[in-house]
Design a protein around this ligand. Structure first.
Ligand code: ZN
Length: 181
């Protein structure tokens, strides 16, 4: 679905739908209890219906604000990938196995093919990947401050005392060290 369509649905159509359902329900209730569909409508003046409509819209707006405030920091806001850290482009070279998970190793894209890349041209990217299916791992805190890295596919799970963001630098040092040998 297009973003604009989603916004239209969430901000306009859904609240209107709620008002329509309330109106329809009151009509049915009115018909059942008085025999007249519009008896209850006659009790409420137009401005009262407008107030109900505004209240529904405000409720939706509040719910939206609350849901935005509750949203956890996404991984993209927590860390900027190597391509955003500077304007150099990187390409994936392979993966490095460390702490039982796969860390993507990126190499700075060199413009000249005759230039041999130095170990500092290599970066380790996050999130690390599942050793079984190479899916990006999820990370969450568990009791005691430890972290769980788990595969969204459900075929892998491990614990760590530090976050993969904190481990990234260490893995990068190890990879660069290996390349210097
Ligand atoms: Zn997996």
């Amino acid at each position: 679905m297009k973003k604009s369509t989603e916004l239209f649905l969430a901000n306009f159509l859904y609240p209107l739908l709620v008002v329509a359902v309330v109106a329809a329900a009151s009509m049915i209730y009115s018909r059942v209890s008085t025999g007249d569909f519009l008896a209850y409508f006659a009790k409420l003046r137009l401005y009262q219906w407008l107030l109900i409509t505004i209240a529904v819209f405000l409720t939706f707006a509040m719910a939206k604000i609350v849901s935005i405030a509750k949203q956890p920091l996404t991984s993209s806001t927590l860390h900027s990938g190597p391509t955003q850290a500077d304007n150099t482009s990187y390409q994936e070279l392979g993966e490095h196995l460390y702490q039982g998970v796969l860390w993507p190793v990126l190499q700075r894209a060199t413009l000249r093919s005759d230039v041999v890349p130095s170990p500092d041209d290599f970066r380790v990217d996050i999130p690390p990947r599942c050793p079984n299916c190479k899916t990006d791992l999820d990370e969450r805190k568990i009791f005691g401050g430890r972290l769980v890295w788990s595969c969204p596919r459900g075929d892998f799970r491990t614990t760590s005392s530090i976050s993969y963001l904190a481990m990234q630098e260490t893995v990068q040092k190890l990879v660069r060290g290996t390349l210097r040998k």
